[in-house]
Design a binder for this molecule. Structure first.
Ligand code: ATP
Ligand code: MG
Length: 712
């Protein structure tokens, strides 16, 4: 895709317009006023959006600073930026292109003081959110078994999706409303915002300071939004005033791909666009440029089972291609084996791994495939799943940095106050929390009071030293490269030492992650900028050039495309997801079907759907039934291979001829170049009993069993 877009660059005198069909062309050059592009998957909506931005800039209709372009994920916004740069043949600095959250952060960093925050406010993630709610429940003596923190968090988040602040959610005596109020009060003391607040605080800012809003309205001559079908009420209320200055709002979306109803998305927003803007131009696109006709036919046939949709006919001239394969498997392990065998077979035909993706309904499903990939040495990445920044040691390190930048950040402080151990027992911690509540101050301030108090109490002198250290590290930030400060903090705080001493099998890996972490910081000019980045990243896709098989959830795959797409786990009780059916009945089922539509329509060349008759879950093996969606697929576009029984499958597997790939992975010699999923590339320097000693490029020497190494 990238290279195709690159060919359209402006050097060839507006050839970018030639690469559009008449409807797309109309949308790209459309002048002023509201514009809606409502069209099915793969019809070029994102292409229109990016080309329109390039066109506006090329024609000097305004400068990059006057464009506000919003999308849903960091990955999507990164891809949009690349597409625009390829079209223009140069970078576009200063353009306001990002997710709703990242743009909100940009606004709030500037105007936080108007809302009673300081500009270095912390952005907290769901983990911190839970921690804070647990603290409140404890302080209120509420039993977490009766009122689970997770449930409270989700109620608060849903209110925020609907742009409801605690004073506007109804009965102020209601327990959840009271918890919501307290939660917000604590956040204010912490000088922190959660993701929902980023939007709500912008709304508050616009209300409170019409002047500020007016400035933005004047600044943003063109506002463009991708995936509009998934905006929730808060996002909608955020967009409207910003676009109201010039009313040049261009939204693109597809009602059939609305998959965030459970997070408050209102497909209504797209459907009422024409009512919101009575002079709106609506353009519909019908040619799909992505998929073969069998793939498109399968996706369209499935989504036709939904009642609640506008309905549209898509066509493609990509030829029939292969029928969509539906493969039954004896169990979930056989399913993983089948998929990764297919991946390897394609790899042997020189198909790059980057062109293949496994899209799952529930994130835990990736584990089976990950294990298989590790066994076969197939490089893979999990996008949006096992996030690097979510690992324990990385979160601890980040907490240290957050405290440096924002001394009142109580959640970060709580995370590391006793990590490594500083001799603070549960009594001391209770004491500190008590001081914080009594005096309505942040936890670090309370800890300082506790440490300086002469009365008895555990860990006081360690805590005093810790505060002195913090002060010293903070002052280093002014004159020492921040990556060096970070190394210092990790070493001098005893944090690195703690992992060095710990003899658990994963401590070496954790130390490697910390090294990687310092490397990541080096790429940023300022520490606060890095911390913002960490708060906002939703995926660990920081090595886009490595050839890797991608794994992600169907939700995370929105807007993306791959030549080969594997869709495992199409079973009742998994897909459609039971929770969705329980919570929202037939509307939930329709949303699940839209998710299936998104999945199939990601494929350009080949789509493979799998199900397993038995699946290993945390409760043991469970019997599975093929998903009802499989029956709904139009038979003319699908080839179904039912599951054979276990024995036949095992025989099939053992009868499988030994391939060159097998041979390569099982016989290694000194001097061989190998790849390991975790440690990367290296050279074999010794072999013994099917174990190789490998000198890795990026880390030290390790002894590893042949089966985990892939010969290059
Ligand atoms: P989704 O609904 O999945 O987000 P989309 O409508 O945004 O899809 P795009 O991603 O913009 O679709 O386009 C799908 C593919 O079709 C891309 O590879 C894009 O480059 C290609 N494409 C779009 N329009 C054309 C065109 N006029 N000629 C050739 N290729 C095109
Ligand atoms: Mg798109």
């Amino acid at each position: 895709m990238k290279s195709a877009e690159a060919n359209l660059n402006f050097a060839s005198a507006y050839s970018y317009l030639d690469a559009l069909n008449p409807k797309q062309h109309q949308a790209v050059v459309y002048g002023e006023g509201p514009l809606l592009i409502l069209a099915g998957a793969g019809t070029g909506k994102t292409r229109v959006l990016t080309t329109r931005i390039a066109h506006i800039l090329d024609k000097h209709l305004c400068g990059p600073l006057n464009i506000l372009a919003v999308t849903f994920t960091n990955k999507a916004s990164q891809e949009m930026r690349e597409r625009i740069q390829n079209l223009l043949g140069h970078g576009v600095d200063g353009m306001w292109l990002g997710t709703f959250h990242s743009i909100s952060v940009r606004i709030l960093r500037r105007y936080a003081d108007l809302l009673g925050y300081t500009s270095n406010f912390t952005i907290i993630d769901s983990d911190d959110q839970l921690r804070l709610i647990k603290q409140i429940l404890k302080a209120e003596n509420i039993d977490e078994k009766q009122v689970p923190a997770k449930m409270v968090a989700s109620i608060i988040n849903r209110w925020k999706d609907k742009a409801k602040t605690f004073d506007r959610v109804g009965d102020s005596q209601d327990l959840h409303v009271q918890l919501y109020r307290q939660y917000q009060e604590r956040l204010k003391i912490l000088n922190a915002m959660d993701f929902g607040d980023l939007l709500l605080n912008c709304l508050q800012l616009f209300k409170q300071s019409p002047e500020t809003l007016k400035n933005y309205q004047q600044q943003f001559c063109y506002v463009l939004v991708d995936e509009y079908q998934d905006t929730n009420i808060a996002q909608y209320l955020w967009l409207r005033p910003l676009a109201d200055g010039h009313k040049n709002l261009c939204c693109v979306g597809d009602d059939d791909q609305s998959i965030y109803g459970w997070r408050g998305a209102e497909v209504e927003n797209i459907l009422k666009f024409e009512k919101d803007y009575n002079n709106a131009e609506v353009i519909r696109l019908e040619q799909n440029y992505r998929s073969t006709s069998h793939i498109l036919g399968t996706a369209s046939g499935l989504i036709a089972h939904n009642q609640d949709r506008l309905g549209k006919e898509l066509w493609t001239d990509k030829g029939d291609g292969e029928q969509v394969l539906v493969k039954g498997n004896w169990n979930s392990e056989a399913e993983a084996r089948f998929v990764i065998d297919e991946v390897e077979a394609m790899q042997r035909q020189s198909k790059p791994l980057n062109s293949m993706a496994i899209l799952v309904r529930a994130s835990y499903q990736t584990r089976d495939f990950e294990e298989r990939c590790i066994k076969t040495g197939t490089p893979y990445r999990v996008i949006g799943g096992l996030r690097f920044y979510e690992r324990q040691e990385i979160k601890d390190a980040i907490a240290y940095l957050r405290i440096l930048v924002q001394p009142d950040d109580g959640l970060a402080f709580e995370r590391i106050i006793n990590v490594p151990k500083r001799g603070l027992g549960p009594g001391a911690m209770q004491n500190i929390h008590h001081i914080a509540r009594e005096q309505n101050i942040s936890l670090p301030r309370a800890a300082l009071i506790y440490a300086m108090d002469d009365s008895k109490g555990s860990g006081k002198s360690n805590l005093r030293t810790f505060f002195e250290d913090l002060q010293r590290w903070r002052s280093m930030l002014d004159n020492t490269p921040h990556a060096d400060v970070v190394k210092c903090v990790l070493d001098e705080s005893g944090y690195t030492g703690m992992w060095l001493e710990e003899k658990s099998p994963d401590s070496a890996g954790r130390l490697e992650n910390l090294k990687e972490f310092v490397k990541a910081i080096e790429e940023f000019e300022f520490l606060p900028g890095f911390l913002d980045h960490v708060s906002l990243v939703t995926d660990n896709n920081n090595q886009p050039n490595n050839d890797c098989l991608s794994m992600m959830t169907l939700h995370g795959a929105k807007g993306l495309e791959f030549d080969y797409v594997f869709l495992p786990g199409w079973e009742e009780n998994l897909f459609p997801h039971p929770r969705s059916l329980q919570d929202s009945g037939s509307a939930g089922l329709e949303e699940e079907r839209r998710l299936a539509y998104v999945g199939i329509s990601r494929a350009k060349v080949k789509a493979v759907i799998c199900y397993a008759l038995q699946r290993r879950t945390y409760q043991g093996w469970q019997v599975g039934m093929p998903s009802r969606f499989i029956k709904e697929l139009p038979t003319c576009h699908v080839k179904h291979i039912p599951a054979t029984n276990q024995e036949t499958q095992q025989q099939e597997y053992s009868r499988r001829p030994v391939t060159i790939a097998d041979y390569k992975s099982h016989h290694l010699e000194i001097g061989d170049r190998v790849f390991h999923q975790k440690f990367g590339y290296g050279d074999v320097i010794d072999t013994e009993h099917e174990q190789a000693t490998v000198e890795f490029d990026m880390t030290d020497t390790k002894r590893i069993h042949y089966s985990f190494l892939k010969k290059q």
